[in-house]
Design a protein around this ligand. Sequence first.
Ligand code: NAD
Ligand code: MG
Length: 383
Amino acid sequence: MKNITLLGATGSIGKSTLLVVDLHPDRFNIFALSANTNWQQMLELCNKYQPNYAVMVDEQSAEKLSNAIITDTQVLSGAQALDEIVAHQNTDFVMAAIVGAAGMSSALCAAKAGKRIMLANKESLVLAGDIFMKAVGTFNAELIPVDSEHSAIFQCLQSGKSGLSKIQLTASGGPFLHTPINQFKFITPDQACAHPNWSMGRKISVDSATMMNKGLEVIEAHYLFSLAPKQIDVVVHPQSIVHSSVYYEDGSTLSQLGNPDMRTAISYAMSYPQRINSGVATLDLSNTPALEFYQPDFGKFTCLKLAFEALKKGGNAMITINAANEIAVEHFLNHKIDFLGIPKIIDQTLSTMKHTTLNSLEEVINNDFVAREMARETIKRYG
Ligand code: NAD
Ligand code: MG
């Protein structure tokens, strides 16, 4: 029996994780759950899973949960409590499924505690990739990707990296793949969040629509698989059936295919090196629409170009684009800037921030803070 600490339990990845747990009550136990503010949903989860701990990061929500709870679950509050539950001696696996930079500290804490980290929170690696990977090595943690593309690469690389020439991340292209760029300024948050293949949280849905999600994933892949930027390629594949591919020098290409459902990658991270039923229907290739592949359009999806540039630039550039992106997406979702404002804010923040190298977590956190302030200033000028 493995004890799971599930961070971001009320989110899209959190819910899918619980669906996999439901299929295997003999293998997995929910030891701790966390959420930000949604205490009503957390109350339902506590009633069902009876975890030892429930963390609400927001203090008022923790108080409300505490007053309503009837199980023996201990309710904790604040971001600090996330670190406590991940490092707890009874935690075996940590599902890191908080959205954004807010998920970095707890994911890193899981690495330092030598746990199996099932990593959905790609932002952790974008912010602190070097520090994170070093902690995984030093503390003998196990890092298993949950992002579907990285799970695909991880699965394809099971026979090793010998003779590897490049990896190729597939991108669906999002809802605006075929929308002319002159229509981009009219895109609403609801249109941006209506992804054709995947059902996800609102932030990552907007990231998919701008293709910044793929940009963040290129950076994630660079750290996870320790590859040079030129070994990481992106191909647009609107059907989201081929989840990603690895290319070898002998002419072989290995790809991982499946229906677009995160439970495959989640269950693999939970059962690795074995495989278990995830609840996802088997792919029926004879009933699948024709698979298409295109070159990404960097002129239209400038966020993807900015992410590649930030990776090549190194230092604080990746932290800066991530911070500016989070602020810009939040403002877009709140109808404060238009869709085209997102790449503009990121680009301007990146060119205003001084380029430096960062050597400590404190410097990373500080850079993230300063970049957010600068992005807000840029939005004031933009708006
Ligand atoms: P979501 O918005 O659906 O859920 C986010 C979760 O994080 C919620 O449980 C929320 O309570 C919690 N949260 C939000 N802000 C927080 C804060 N400040 N402190 C602590 N907790 C906070 O997001 P999601 O779609 O499940 O995505 C989660 C992560 O997984 C993201 O990093 C995303 O990029 C990654 N991911 C998601 C998918 C997907 O299909 N949804 C696929 C690949 C990767
Ligand atoms: Mg992905």
